[in-house]
Design a protein around this ligand. Structure first.
Ligand SMILES: [Zn+2]
Ligand SMILES: [Zn+2]
Length: 253
C-alpha cells in the first residue's frame, strides 16, 4: 500500500492550480476526487477487496461529494446513480468495471473515478508484469494508456505508458505510436507549447491519434496523471489539428 502516492498527486494539483488559473477548476475538482480516492484505496487494501462490489458501502458518500463539487453533467449523473437501487447500482458498476476502456459519458466517468483506486489496489500484487511488458495496452488490465512518461536513463530518457484504471506503468518504445504501432518517425509529430516545456503531444499521422507525454527529465516535480489534466491548451491544439486522444482522461478530456 502506498498512500504517499495520493498525497503527491493532491499536492501537485494544488501547485498547478495556483500556477495555471485556466485549469484551476479542473484541478480543484481533481483534488477533491483524489482525496476521496485515497480513502477508497485505503479501504480496498484494508478489506482485501478482490471484487469492486466490496466498495459499495462507500459509494453513497462518494456520490454526494461528487455531486457537490463536480461540473453540472457530473453532478446530474451522481444524482442518477443515487436514484438507483442496490442491485442496479452493483450491476452498473460491474458493467463499467468490465468495459475494455473507460468511457467518457458522465455515467462512465463517475464509475471510473470511483473504481480507479480499487484498480490500483488490485494491480499492486502484480507489478512485476509491468517490467517485461512492451505492449500498447496495460499488461495488467489491457486498457489503453492515458499518458506517457519520459524518465531519465543514462544520458537520455526511456518512455513508459500509464494505465488509466490500475495506474500500472510499463515500458514502451520512444518512436512508436501506442494506437497503431507506426514506427516511421516522419509520421509521428511532436508538439510542445512554451508554457509547458515538460509536456508534449505525441501525434500519429497514420491513425490520427495522440497521447501526451510528461518529460520527467525536464521537470522532476511533475506527476504525470496530474500534469496531463492541467495541460488543457495541448488538448485544444490536438483537437484543432484533428487528432483524437488514445484515451481521454478521467475528466473526459
Ligand atoms: Zn491497467
Ligand atoms: Zn498511430
Amino acid at each position: 500500500m502506498n498512500l504517499a502516492r495520493w498525497d503527491q498527486r493532491i499536492r501537485r494539483a494544488d501547485e498547478l492550480a495556483a500556477a495555471h488559473p485556466f485549469a484551476a477548476d479542473v484541478l480543484r475538482f481533481y483534488g477533491l476526487v483524489a482525496t476521496m480516492q485515497k480513502g477508497l484505496y485505503w479501504y480496498s487494501h484494508e478489506s482485501s477487496a478482490s471484487d469492486p462490489a466490496a466498495l459499495l458501502p462507500r459509494f453513497p458518500q462518494f456520490l454526494s461529494e461528487i455531486e457537490a463539487g463536480g461540473t453540472e453533467p457530473i453532478a446530474r449523473s451522481a444524482r442518477e446513480w443515487m436514484a438507483r437501487d442496490a442491485i442496479e447500482t452493483r450491476e452498473s458498476l460491474a458493467f463499467h468495471w468490465r468495459s475494455a476502456s473507460p468511457g467518457t459519458s458522465p455515467e462512465a466517468l463517475v464509475a471510473w473515478l470511483f473504481l480507479q483506486p480499487f484498480g490500483e489496489h488490485l494491480a499492486e500484487g502484480d507489478r512485476h508484469l509491468a517490467e517485461k511488458a512492451a505492449s500498447a495496452v496495460c499488461p495488467f488490465c489491457s486498457r489503453r494508456p492515458v499518458v506517457g512518461v519520459l524518465r531519465p536513463e543514462g544520458d537520455g530518457a526511456r518512455r513508459s505508458l500509464i494505465c488509466p484504471m490500475c495506474a500500472t506503468e510499463w515500458p514502451f518504445g520512444r518512436i512508436l505510436c501506442p494506437a497503431c504501432g507506426e514506427e516511421n518517425v516522419e509520421k509521428l509529430a511532436i508538439y510542445t507549447a512554451e508554457q509547458f516545456a515538460h509536456v508534449r503531444v505525441e501525434a500519429c499521422d497514420t491513425c490520427g491519434c495522440y497521447i501526451k507525454t510528461v518529460d520527467l527529465t525536464k521537470n522532476g516535480r511533475a506527476v504525470p496523471v496530474v500534469d496531463e489534466l492541467a495541460t488543457i491548451p495541448l488538448n485544444l491544439w490536438a483537437q484543432e489539428h484533428n487528432y483524437a486522444k488514445v484515451q481521454p482522461n478521467m475528466l473526459g478530456i
